[in-house]
Design a protein around this ligand. Structure first.
Ligand code: NDP
Ligand code: GDR
Length: 343
């Protein structure tokens, strides 16, 4: 069993590599050449020195790099997790996002067609493809209406995966995953920004947490459980498209309240829109403030997914509650900030 995991330096890449190593796979994890590559996630999981983990330099935007990746590894499964994955940045860098997140996966699909059409391919698709609400809860058949350059790029890659499946019989599966978080989340994303900043406030290293839209609603699950779903998708008899989600949605505001509670605060919300603040009832201190600089040009207001198909066909079900996840993230960031960890 040999698996390629593109994007091993990211949150999901680290958890998926860990899962595959536990299952006895040889894992070929790819990273980009940068002036200072950072493997903190696989180090934190304790798998960076694993004898069956092979780290390979690779760029998704380079077809020749994809061809060589398939030739040298002779892998039987390929999980494409690499992407410019931050929605906010995609508005400022729409072309880079299109190149990496949209066209990038087609390089891999073409390499598969050329080198090994029998490999099983997983494409990391996203609930951002649903975008503007068409129906709730969202399922595999819900119409798409992306609201960001990231969502549009991912939708192209999703349809190309379906197209290669139908045109060439390639085992191309698309997992439409709703937001999934963990202590390994990047600090630019909402949940980790909140857990890290609340920890810093608790330790006296920060005064106020500044956020954008508090009304957006997300279906947040635990990343470690979602990578298990990815693996199950590639063990199915046929390639297909599956939603992974929790079927519960919560506002950004409620998530911040939850994180505050995990650190011993009791947040009361006052004011409206860009004047809204979160005040700790116990101390009377303002801990959270809206800063319109974090608003997006177009927002996805409401995401909630029904993972019934994945449950029925793959036996996949999330079990960690958002309260447990939030507590886990805040505690991890308090520990990290105590020892001066900065990723
Ligand atoms: P991260 O942003 O944490 O990781 C993205 C990975 O892609 C990093 O390893 C990054 O490398 C790599 N990458 C970026 N550009 C390139 C490139 N040109 N060539 C090769 N590698 C590249 O994302 P997550 O782990 O959170 O998500 C994994 C995938 O799942 C992404 O495709 C994301 O869009 C998608 N997704 C994520 C969801 C979530 O809630 N987390 C939900 C639905 C979909 P580097 O470290 O060098 O930047
Ligand atoms: P999202 O995640 O855009 O859903 O994409 P993010 O955590 O960035 O935003 C979630 C919601 O919170 C609102 N928000 C803020 N977001 C950030 N990052 N920073 C803030 O200060 C802030 N204030 C409010 C956002 O407007 C948004 O509504 C994630 C990524 O992992 C994608 O790659 C993935 O495809 C989707 O989840 C599913």
């Amino acid at each position: 069993m040999r698996a390629i995991v593109t994007g091993i330096t990211g949150q999901d890449g680290a958890y998926l590599a860990q899962l595959l190593l536990e299952k006895g796979y040889s894992v070929y994890g790819t990273y980009r050449r940068t002036s200072s590559v950072n493997f903190w996630r696989i180090e934190e999981l304790g798998i960076d020195q694993h004898p069956n983990l092979h780290l390979l330099e690779y760029d998704l935007t380079d077809l020749s790099s994809s061809v060589r990746l398939l030739q040298t590894t002779e892998a039987t499964e390929a999980y494409n997790l690499a992407a410019q994955s931050f929605v906010g940045v995609s508005f400022e860098q729409p072309i880079t996002t299109a190149d990496i997140t949209g066209i990038g996966p087609v390089n891999l699909l073409e390499a598969i067609r050329i080198v090994n059409p029998k490999i099983r391919f997983y494409q990391a698709s996203t609930s951002e493809m649903f975008g503007k609400v068409q129906e709730i809860p969202q399922v595999e058949s819900t119409p798409f209406y992306p609201r960001s350059p990231y969502g549009v790029a991912k939708l192209y890659a999703h349809w190309m995966t379906v197209n290669y499946r139908e045109s060439y019989g390639i085992f191309g599966t698309s997992g439409i995953l709703f937001n999934h978080e963990s202590p390994l989340r990047g600090r630019e994303f909402l949940t980790r920004k909140v857990s890290d900043c609340i920890a810093k406030i608790k330790l006296g290293k920060l005064d106020v947490l500044e956020l954008g839209n508090l009304d957006a609603k997300r279906d947040w699950g635990f990343a470690k459980e979602y990578v298990e779903g990815m693996w199950r998708m590639l063990q199915a008899d046929e390639p297909d498209t599956y939603v992974l989600a929790t079927n519960r949605t919560v506002t950004v505001r409620d998530f911040v309240t939850m994180a505050g509670k995990a650190a011993g605060y009791d947040l009361l919300w006052e004011g409206k829109e860009d004047k809204e603040i979160g005040v700790d009832r116990i101390s009377g201190r303002t801990l959270v403030r809206v800063n319109p600089k974090f608003y997006r040009p177009a927002e996805v207001d409401l995401l909630i997914g029904n993972p019934e198909k994945a449950k029925r066909e793959l036996g996949w079900e999330p079990t960690t509650t958002l309260e447990q996840l939030c507590q886990m993230m805040v505690e991890a960031d308090i520990r990290r900030n105590e020892r001066g960890f900065s990723f």
